[in-house]
Design a protein around this ligand. Structure first.
Ligand code: FES
Ligand code: FE2
Length: 345
């Protein structure tokens, strides 16, 4: 295989999404015991539901009988039952019953792919295996998720753009001073700066060199075995109540090549009465303002064409964008090179 062919395979893999990763796919409240819930990630369809004990189950969203989506069906004693002819499949992908036909040979067969699931902080993560990592490693959680001192709200949004643009956006603190210049929290600081990238133990920080804690001034990316996420701080003015900066913990899930879903936890390091007052203020006033900011990101990225990156002329500010792209390329390269079919094409 030529280098050009190998690079095309890697580029295609970056574009569809990195395999061998945990991705948040849904809010916890969307997955119930009453009704199957269909989601898409990396171009594949999945069905999620809760069994009788409340545990989330996840299968390929394809009925083993004639392939229609199981997510259009019903829940039956903790299993999913297809709307078309009633075939019932359990959470491990085994056909439990074929009610339309006695002693059907399909019964007892494990026909449908099942996926590992983890529920944390109001979200459901699914592990999308890769050839070299078919079993999920433990999901490495952001430290804010496991600390009793942090509290927050999950906000999700579907963006009609490839996930790579959402990552680029997160790796680009400079846009805060322009795109969000009119906003409550991001109106401060200078409109001109030089960017810096610092390597960390598990990733890198991209930061403005001229200011900290005035605006959206830095983003840190962490890459662990089977997961990647980032975090950044938005300084809060006094009027926004107690506690320090608001921290965004962000995950981006590729839905398909032209859509992604962002999962942003808006968190603060507040406890006790401060926590209560922040939660109240957030619901009453701040949430709608944050939504406005997030919509500005969505609108600008959706307005760009899929080929936006072929028209680029990057400059010094894009050093973070360069770093996140390199990291995704390296992950995709290891996906591609670990595929047993690699080199035989
Ligand atoms: S297609 Fe699902 S039961 Fe027939
Ligand atoms: Fe933004």
């Amino acid at each position: 295989m030529s280098n050009a062919d190998a690079n095309t395979l890697i580029e295609n893999r970056v574009n569809s999404g990195i395999l061998g990763q945990w991705y948040p796919v849904s809010k916890s409240v969307e997955v119930t015991k009453d009704k199957p819930h269909g989601v898409e990630a990396l171009g594949e369809k999945f069905v999620l539901w809760r069994d009788e004990s409340g545990e989330v189950q996840c299968l390929s969203d394809i009925c083993p009988h004639r392939g229609v989506p199981l997510s259009k069906g019903r829940i039956h004693n903790g299993n999913v039952s297809c709307a078309y002819h009633g075939v019932i499949v359990s959470g491990d992908g085994t056909v439990v019953s074929v009610p339309a036909m006695q002693n059907c040979a399909l019964e007892g067969q494990k026909t449908t792919k099942s996926f590992e699931v983890y529920e944390i902080y109001d979200a459901i993560f699914v592990y999308i295996p890769s050839p070299d990592r078919p079993k999920a490693p433990p999901l490495k959680l952001p430290k804010e998720f496991v600390s009793p001192n942090w509290s927050g709200f999950l906000c999700t949004s579907v963006w009609d753009t490839n996930y790579r643009y959402a990552f680029d956006n997160l790796a680009d603190p400079m846009h805060g001073s322009y795109l969000h210049a009119e906003s409550f929290t991001l109106a401060y600081g200078s409109k001109e700066d030089v960017m810096d990238v610092t390597k960390t133990e598990n990733g890198f920080i991209v930061s403005r060199t001229g200011q900290t804690s005035e605006n959206f001034d830095w983003t840190e990316f962490e890459f662990h075995e089977g997961t990647m996420f980032c975090f950044l701080d938005i300084p809060y003015p006094k009027a926004a109540g107690p506690g320090g900066n608001m921290r965004i913990v962000g995950f981006v899930t590729p839905v398909n090549e032209s859509t992604c879903k962002v999962f942003f936890w808006r968190m603060r390091e507040v406890t006790g009465i401060q926590l209560e007052s922040w939660r109240f203020l957030y619901r009453a006033e701040l949430e709608s303002r944050h939504w406005k900011v997030l919509e500005q990101d969505r609108e600008i990225l959706e307005a760009a064409s899929d080929e936006a990156r072929t028209h680029e002329n990057l400059y010094q500010h894009d050093i973070g964008v360069g770093n996140i792209r390199f990291a995704l390329f390296e992950l995709a390269k290891s996906n591609v090179e670990s595929d047993p079919a690699y080199g035989t094409q």
